[in-house]
Write a protein that binds this ligand. Structure first.
Ligand SMILES: [Zn+2]
Length: 314
């Protein structure tokens, strides 16, 4: 079962809390060891005391030379004591794994790099793509495409890259029709990579999996229904891959597909659909309503590679 955004954020909070606990625990262990096996505690107290006195002395603008020397001497003695148990002064302090945010995840109310890294890992883990790394637009190798399709493919990739960087695209649906070989799935992975970097909650689902979810939904008790479709309806970016390869289940496939499509269009949620069908075949396999939502240029950006030879170079 996919997680909700709320669940993901709460998991990250737990990880950060755990990091904080671990570094506190480590400092405590080190202190316990040093203070029980050596005279370190004595010198820690002396140093604290001297630092306090130095502060007062400085405030009174007195000569602090002798206090400074005394502090230096005691620090050296502390270092010597700690060496006996293989520790350094630093080891007695709480050292967070991220020094920028002290493992709170935020710096001045802004997401810290460590938090973003965790979030992006979790978003990918939860995306439905069983990959630990996604391809990026920068790494697309156009040499694998035949010359007769190269212009079209380049146009599509360039559109997709611009599209993913738009804050509020005019149309939130993209339909990519075409036979095997344009790298449709690869393209959607590049897009999802960009969306994850923008901390968007993304979902990749094949039409086959989607059809099974529709069936579960259809058969579920009314009280369980909402949860089943929730993440598909509400995720920031949805990819439906290979539409048309699923079997049409009576009263299920077309009905719920239309529900998902119309709800997401109404809520202006980005949805990317790849299919081996051409627009005519979409209208035949589903119905006029779905055809109009997915192929009418008023509702979506349509890329139709029908007719071109899109095979990859061998
Ligand atoms: Zn951080």
């Amino acid at each position: 079962m996919q997680k909700t955004k709320k669940q993901i954020l709460s998991e990250i909070d737990d990880i950060l809390k755990d990091r904080q606990d671990k570094s506190k625990q480590l400092a405590k262990q080190n202190k316990d060891l040093a203070y029980s096996k050596t005279d370190a505690y004595k010198y820690v107290c002396l140093c604290h005391d001297l630092i306090y006195k130095l502060g007062i002395s400085k405030a009174k603008k007195e000569n602090t030379k002798s206090l400074e020397l005394e502090l230096e001497k005691n620090k050296k003695l502390l270092v010597e004591e700690l060496k006996k148990v293989d520790l350094k002064i630093q080891d007695l302090k709480v050292v967070p794994s991220c020094s920028e945010c002290n493992d709170t995840g935020f710096v001045k109310n802004k997401m810290c790099k460590c938090y973003k890294k965790l979030l992006n890992e979790k978003l990918l883990e939860n995306s439905g793509l069983s990959k630990s790394k996604l391809p990026s637009f920068k790494s697309v190798n156009f040499e694998v495409f035949n010359n007769n399709v190269l212009d079209n493919v380049k146009k599509l990739y360039s559109f997709a890259e611009n599209y993913t960087n738009k804050e509020n695209p005019e149309k939130t649906f993209v339909t990519i029709c075409g036979k095997v070989g344009v790298g449709k799935t690869y393209l959607t992975e590049c897009m999802l990579n960009e969306y994850i970097k923008q901390n968007k909650f993304v979902q990749f689902i094949t039409s086959f999996e989607l059809n099974n979810i529709f069936l579960n939904y259809h058969l579920a008790n009314i009280e369980n229904k909402k949860e089943i479709l929730d993440y598909i309806l509400n995720c920031d970016v949805l990819v439906i891959d290979d539409l048309g390869t699923e079997n049409i289940l009576k009263n299920v496939t077309v009905e719920y597909l239309y529900l998902i499509i119309s709800e997401r269009q109404r809520n202006k949620k980005i949805t990317i659909i790849t299919t081996n069908l051409n627009p005519n075949e979409i209208s035949e396999k589903y119905d006029e309503r779905i055809f109009s939502r997915l192929c009418d240029k008023q509702n979506c950006y349509l890329f139709n590679f029908e007719g071109s030879d899109l095979r990859l170079k061998k």
